[in-house]
Ligand binder design. Structure first.
Ligand code: AMP
Length: 618
């Protein structure tokens, strides 16, 4: 494995080039760097504007993407074309989010299956990766404008609970925005780094990071040993934050001035106006005791005491999550040595006091809570740039390692720049009924199609017992030991059959080749991701055709003649679309077929439930 220092020698990290830290947030995003002279992290902003870029993407009539403050102004006036909270959709299927579907005021495609969600705006379909890439592009160009130099390398933060798919989606979004994502860092880890925690040598510490933003709450318990961060537990509520405080104030005022819900529903200006005044009141009450304002002839006022009473239930909820997180980590509140506050809503004194009394100590709130994660990402970026000598000798993987999946796609198991030793496992399944073997082809590189990467090894897991497609569970695990040897194992979990192979990923690979492979992944990012999206749409289309066909054979009696005709036509149209290189067309045809089959799929479900009930004595 390469040392980070060797990476610098390849020229892939030019010392003059700035590596930025990016906090890609649910509500707001921002970019930070280590100031070349002061060596301190700073958030980038244009003159006296805010460093925060609202994570909102608006599509205008020509389907141009507008990001940030301007996009935010369309949230209420043009909700169908204005996408917020795309981060909540990262790496998710519709089934994952359907309980909260009403939260999204734009069209999230309901395909009732486990493929990744898409958002429809006009005739275009966007993945959460596309949407996040628009935000990252905006941050990149903002940084370039301020720094007056190209920015191509970044560290991006994600919540500690993000799974592999969500982390990969974030990497892809970066790549699509023209950024080489050197590392994905957990948000609580970044916040700790911004406070200098984990930077002192030999300091073992257990810390809590309390993150209350606009719409989400996270608590993470971390253990830091010799500069290595381990997440002991996480807890939280993905629909709890400062927005709830604003709504509580709005409700209180409506009650005071005798306004009904229907008045609010009738006027967007009225509801938006009230919400904005409520947020203003909340911020004012973080430093003053009373707030009042004239609004449409009414005097709206609220005291700090009333506000604190209103938000007490929300604060209690967060404390409960903290207790659960401590329990999961097997710790008591008194075991926590440091508490770090993150997110704009931790500016509320009642929140600070509650957290401080739970952990029985003063909390760290000196760094701007909106910026602290991005600042920490910049600290991590600086370490990767080799500017922090203490951390220079960490062993890392210089290129990503993965296997080939359907359509010749590269599925990364160990992303580049991962620390070694490391072990990662992921489950796969068969595509065909009765399939008895599975080819495992191991590749190295950053491109989306395996044909553009470097093949390391291939073997066959044979002897899988005959099962319907999708039923076998094949766990592929990658283990890199401290010497950099990669061991790939494939195991079918139901039958226990297993096969493995050992490779030396760096064997015969020069530094110049590593650099070339990295460069190519950036120059081809756009095409690569477009091809990946096309291959994924095709795979989804093929699967849907397959499922529909099987369904008709089994449940033909439940379908009317007209429905049968319409289905056949839609299937034909999809089949034709699959032969063309047009992802949007394939997705449109999938959606049309789904529209037609949804009612009889539901009928079949009802029939099945009826059958099951018939045989039972209730
Ligand atoms: P974040 O998601 O971390 O950007 O946090 C945004 C949330 O913090 C929003 O709900 C803001 O209204 C809230 N916020 C920002 N400043 C303050 C403040 N001074 N007092 C209370 N809440 C604030």
């Amino acid at each position: 494995m390469a040392k980070i220092g060797i990476n610098i020698a390849t020229g892939s990290l030019q010392q003059s080039e700035m590596i930025v830290g990016i906090d890609l947030g649910t509500t707001n995003s921002l970019v930070a760097i280590i100031h070349p002279e002061s060596k301190k992290p700073i958030a980038l902003k244009e003159h006296d504007s805010s460093s925060l870029v609202p994570s909102v993407v608006h599509f205008d009539a020509l389907e141009n993407a507008i990001v940030g403050e301007l996009a935010k102004t369309f949230l209420e006036t043009d909700p169908a074309n204005t996408i917020f909270s795309a981060k909540r959709l990262m790496g998710k299927s519709y089934n994952d989010i359907k309980q909260n579907a009403s939260f999204f005021t734009y069209k999230v495609i309901d395909n009732n299956d486990d493929s990744l969600v898409k958002v429809q705006v006009g005739q275009q379909f966007y993945s959460p990766i596309d949407l996040s890439s628009f935000i990252l592009k905006e941050l990149k160009s903002r940084a370039e404008h301020i720094l007056k130099t190209p920015v191509t390398k970044a560290v991006i933060t994600v919540p500690a609970y993000f799974n592999d798919a969500q982390r990969q989606a974030t990497r892809d979004a970066g790549k699509l925005a023209g950024l080489d994502v050197l590392r994905i860092v957990n948000e609580p880890t970044a916040a700790a780094l911004a406070y200098g925690l984990g930077l002192e040598k030999d300091a073992d510490k257990t810390i809590a990071v309390y993150d209350l933003g606009g719409g989400t709450f996270d608590i993470s318990i971390l253990k830091i040993t010799n500069g290595i961060f381990e997440v002991l537990s996480t807890n939280g509520d993905t629909y709890l934050g400062g927005d709830d405080f604003d709504r509580a104030i709005v409700k209180y005022w409506m009650n005071e001035i005798g306004m009904a819900d229907t008045d609010l529903q009738a006027s967007k200006e009225l509801s938006q106006g009230l919400r904005l005044r409520a947020e203003e009141a909340k911020k004012h009450l973080s430093i003053h005791d009373v707030f009042s304002v004239d609004f449409n002839g009414d005097k709206l006022s609220i005291t700090k005491n009333t506000f604190e009473e209103l938000i007490q239930p929300f604060i209690e909820k967060t404390l409960k999550c903290c207790v659960n997180a401590l329990q999961d980590a097997g710790l008591k509140a008194t075991d926590i040595e440091t508490v770090v506050m993150v997110g704009g809503s931790t500016r509320v004194p009642a929140v600070k006091n509650a957290v401080s009394s739970l952990f029985n100590q003063p909390v760290h709130d000196e760094v701007n809570p909106d910026e602290v994660v991005a600042l920490g990402a910049a600290v991590q970026a600086d370490i990767l740039a080799g500017n922090n000598k203490e951390f220079l000798l960490l062993d890392i993987t210089p290129l990503s390692l993965g296997i080939e999946t359907m359509g010749g796609l590269m599925d990364v198991l160990i992303p580049r720049n991962s620390k070694i030793p490391t072990k990662v496992g992921r489950q796969y399944t068969t595509q065909k009924d009765g399939q008895s073997g599975m080819r495992i082809a191991v590749y190295q590189g950053e491109r989306d199609l395996v044909k553009d990467n470097r093949k390391l090894a291939e073997f066959n897991l044979s002897g899988i017992p005959g099962m319907p497609a999708g039923l076998p569970k094949v766990e592929v695990s990658f283990l890199i030991n401290a010497d950099g040897i990669l061991m790939v194992t494939a195991k079918e979990l139901r039958s226990g059959i297993e096969q493995s192979i050992e490779v030396k990923p760096q064997y015969g690979l020069t530094d110049a080749e590593v650099e070339r492979m990295l460069l190519e992944s950036i120059t081809h990012a756009k095409d690569d991701i477009a091809i990946r999206a096309l291959v994924e749409a095709r795979t989804e289309g093929e699967q849907i055709l397959d499922v529909t066909e099987k369904f008709l054979v089994k449940n033909g009696s439940l379908v009317t003649k007209e429905e049968m005709m319409a289905t056949a036509q839609a299937m034909q149209a999809l089949q034709l679309a699959l032969t063309m290189d047009n992802k949007n067309l394939i997705q449109t045809k999938i959606e049309e077929l789904n529209e037609i089959t949804r009612p009889f799929a539901e009928r079949a479900m009802d029939a099945a439930v009826g059958e099951a009930l018939k045989g039972k004595n209730i």
